[in-house]
Ligand binder design. Structure first.
Ligand code: NAD
Length: 237
């Protein structure tokens, strides 16, 4: 039987590449997007990937995407919690609204999506959940306090649920990327990127494919759970 996957925040960047890769392997993908309608439509037209508009920071919209997927495909085997936003600000300038926006988008979304999807996975006695966290959740990043907190929270979600859902044959893992070439990093100048490369043992910035390859591997695997897999060129060892 064909596997069914939901990928959040899949209109561009890492999520888009993951959605395309999964679809290439014959997995039925529901690619979630929030704002980039044009890019999402391109996924549907060029790659025959199902798309669904939802703001996954909101419970009612999380419910809608899960209900849609179950109604159409009857099951969910794979969940990739990828949607995320970054922010760089001094702690003294960070507002409560910043906190709510980042925590709801990066962390609550992963929690709420997982809570809905795992009901089906528990019934099926199988499932694979992957949280796209970050190197900064492991090390902490100056001027990215809330972002780092949300990503560390995702890793805690991974570890807790790996323990709770393991007996139901559901594997939960995080992939913690280092710096990957996507729009999220478009504010960096070429000079700054060259400086960062010098800190990375492999002397290069990662590509979206570096992350999707690990997703493929985690889906195929059956004995890895509760892990935070760093894909960062050796930036943090
Ligand atoms: P990106 O900005 O290109 O993609 C993020 C996607 O999330 C976008 O498509 C955006 O529309 C979507 N999104 C944001 N808020 C949403 C919401 N409320 N509902 C639905 N979708 C929403 O950046 P990316 O680099 O592809 O990031 C993907 C994930 O990887 C993020 O969670 C990010 O934190 C993480 N990450 C990226 C890097 C990097 O260097 N690019 C490093 C570590 C972790």
């Amino acid at each position: 039987m064909e596997k069914v996957a939901i990928v959040t925040g899949a209109s561009r960047g890492i999520g888009r590449e993951i959605a395309k890769e999964l679809a290439k392997q014959g997995i039925k993908v529901v690619a979630n997007y929030n704002k980039s309608e044009e890019k999402a439509k391109e996924l549907k037209e060029k790659f025959n990937i199902d798309i669904f508009k939802a703001d996954v920071s909101k419970h009612e919209e999380v419910k809608k995407i899960v209900d849609y997927t179950l109604e159409k495909y009857k099951t969910i085997d794979i969940l990739i919690n990828n949607a995320g936003i970054a922010q760089s600000k001094l702690i003294i300038d960070v507002t409560d609204d910043d906190w709510k926006r980042l925590v709801n988008t990066n962390l609550y979304s992963a929690f709420a999506m997982t809570r809905e999807v795992c009901k089906t996975m528990i019934n099926n006695k199988k499932g694979c959940i992957i949280n796209i966290s970050s190197i900064w959740g492991i090390t902490g990043a100056s001027m990215e306090t809330i972002y780092s907190i949300t990503k560390a929270g995702m890793d805690a979600l991974t570890k807790s649920l790996a323990k709770e859902l393991g007996p139901s044959n559901i594997r939960v893992n995080s992939i913690a990327p280092g710096m990957i070439n996507t729009d999220m990093n478009k504010e960096w100048t070429q000079e700054e990127i060259e400086e960062i490369k010098q800190e990375i043992p492999l002397e290069k910035i990662g590509k979206v494919e570096d992350i999707s390859k690990c997703v493929n591997w985690l889906i195929e695997d059956n004995y890895t759970t509760g892990q935070v897999i760093s894909i960062n060129g050796g930036w943090v060892i």
